[in-house]
Ligand binder design. Structure first.
Ligand code: NAD
Length: 259
């Protein structure tokens, strides 16, 4: 491996937006750590990347587990020889009408979507320090973490919270040469969003197409997002063109939320 090959570790990279991020970062010259609960999916993507001449390692990880998160990032960094970028992408999005929310649901989603961001930051800091340089930490927010969306109080809450953590970490870690930013997708055609559209349609007794159309009508550009639309924004946050940017949430939603 050339000394200049940069290494990115991406969570929830076994499908959807994370898969697109990994593929885009490899295209941009990164070696990639593919972390997911679903190891089989991660391994398939790693094989695909290696077969087309890229470098990738798949690892099984539950991002809610602090110890395992730190160990997984260490293992991948040692195998690929560095760590420059960590993308906290993994997340879950259950529909949770307020009156139905249970303590178990609260604990689970806040561990997976929000606590994991702190564990990822800690894991990245350790490796950046070990390899003697700064780096970039990039967290998956959502347009639903910028504006409260109906029916998903827990999900919106986790994404608002992680934007707060992103801002604080940006301030706390700047003197170590670390930038911390977030990306906020809109409605992306992934298995996660398909489930949300299906739930909405089932509740209304309508078709899945109707479910998707309920989201499209709020998108200024008039189309749902592809995972690659989001990956392009993450590539910007992972690359040198965003060096003078920290603590920000980049919204890539086709024009749903305006500041
Ligand atoms: P997805 O469900 O299609 O894929 C998520 C991946 O994360 C899966 O491979 C899953 O196995 C993995 N994962 C889930 N829990 C995990 C855990 N505890 N540890 C490790 N891996 C885990 O989701 P997606 O649509 O690609 O979403 C990716 C991120 O983008 C999430 O944080 C999501 O909240 C955010 N987001 C998605 C949309 C959208 O419209 N799809 C919109 C805004 C934000």
């Amino acid at each position: 491996m050339s000394e200049k090959t940069k290494v990115a570790f991406v969570t929830g990279a076994g499908q959807g937006i994370g898969e697109a991020i990994v593929k885009r970062l490899v295209k941009d010259g990164f070696a990639a750590g593919i972390a997911d609960l679903n190891l089989e999916n991660g391994q398939k993507i790693a094989e695909e990347i290696k077969n087309s001449g890229g470098q990738a390692v798949a690892i099984k990880l539950d991002v809610a587990n602090r110890k395992k998160f730190i160990a997984a990032v260490e293992e991948v960094a040692d195998e690929l020889g560095d760590l420059n970028v960590l993308v906290n992408n993994a997340g879950i999005a259950p529909t949770t009408p307020i009156e139905t929310i249970t303590q178990e649901q609260f604990d689970n989603i806040f561990h997976v979507n929000t606590a994991s961001v702190i564990w990822g930051i800690q894991a990245a800091m350790k490796q950046f320090e070990k390899f003697g340089h700064g780096g970039k930490i990039i967290n998956a927010a959502s347009q639903a973490g910028v504006i409260g969306n109906p029916g998903i109080a827990l999900y919106s809450g986790t994404k608002f919270a992680l934007r707060g953590i992103t801002q604080v970490a940006a301030r706390d870690l700047a003197d170590k040469g670390i930038t911390v930013n977030a990306y906020a997708p809109g409605i992306v055609k992934t298995p996660l969003m398909k489930k949300v559209a299906e739930d909405l349609a089932n509740d209304a007794g309508k078709s899945v197409e109707w479910g998707w159309s309920q989201f499209t009508k709020y998108i200024t550009l008039g189309r749902l997002s592809e995972s690659e639309d989001v990956a392009a924004a993450v590539a910007f946050l992972a690359g040198p063109d965003s060096d003078y940017m920290t603590g920000q949430t980049l919204v890539i939603d086709g024009g749903m939320v305006f500041h």
